[in-house]
Design a protein around this ligand. Structure first.
Ligand code: ADP
Length: 204
């Protein structure tokens, strides 16, 4: 299955992406994680992306689109994937459709995680990540940057909801509740029985 996870910062995309991808037996591909790995590794891509990320702005499409195209061409993404954090603009969505069409493929579903803004601000300002045994706040989770990221989401990314609805691909998921409850709603929307796991291999 080829699935996109859509939703504002703080909606729980990263957490759900891991769990849902595990159930589908497909890789979870997070553009935010790829960018952060490049920033830590001080690669050329990381150097280009860092200033945009720290400001809470989107990294320009020409950088992001090429990066995703390369990632989707890797063998583990051939049979399916779950994209987290991409596309984030209509232009990226159109590029994704084109890249998939070149491979003779198309998206099967877009899951939109829906959370109200008050809850998002609360979640993001309290969020910490574990790095080398220490809990740290992401630079872009500072309150001013959080507000800016939500504004960027509203202006540039939220139109994707209508875009995918018109394509008949959108499933809206209420993302308030426990991680398990949200996963269950998402899997049902994908037509999967929660808890069934990835299909067993022949040799097993
Ligand atoms: P969140 O969903 O919590 O905002 P992500 O980890 O998905 O965070 O992304 C962090 C940052 O990485 C974004 O604020 C943006 O600067 C950059 N980024 C990630 N994905 C994209 C994308 N598809 N297009 C442009 N920039 C992106």
């Amino acid at each position: 299955m080829r699935v996109v996870l859509l939703g504002p910062p703080g909606a729980g995309k990263g957490t759900q992406a891991q769990v849902i991808a595990g159930q589908l037996g497909a890789p979870a591909i997070s553009t935010g994680d790829i960018f952060r790995a490049n920033v830590s590794g001080r690669t050329e891509l990381g150097t280009k992306a860092k200033a945009y990320m720290d400001a809470g702005d989107l990294v320009p499409d020409e950088i992001t689109v090429a990066m995703v195209r390369d990632r989707l061409a890797e063998p583990d993404a051939k049979a399916g994937f779950l994209l987290d954090g991409f596309p984030r603009t209509i232009a990226q969505a159109e590029q994704l459709r084109e890249s998939l069409a070149e491979l003779g493929n198309h998206l099967d579903c877009v899951l939109e995680l829906v959370v109200d803004e008050e809850e998002l601000v609360r979640r993001l300002s309290g969020r910490r990540m574990l790095v080398d045994g220490e809990w740290i706040q992401r630079d872009d989770d500072k309150p001013e940057t959080v507000r800016h990221r939500l504004q960027v989401y509203r202006e540039q990314t939220s139109p994707l909801s209508g875009f995918y609805e018109r394509e008949g691909l959108l499933a809206r998921i209420d993302a308030i509740g426990t991680v398990e409850e949200v996963t269950e709603r998402a899997l049902r929307a994908l037509g999967r029985t929660p808890g069934a796991g990835a299909p067993a291999r022949d040799s097993e």
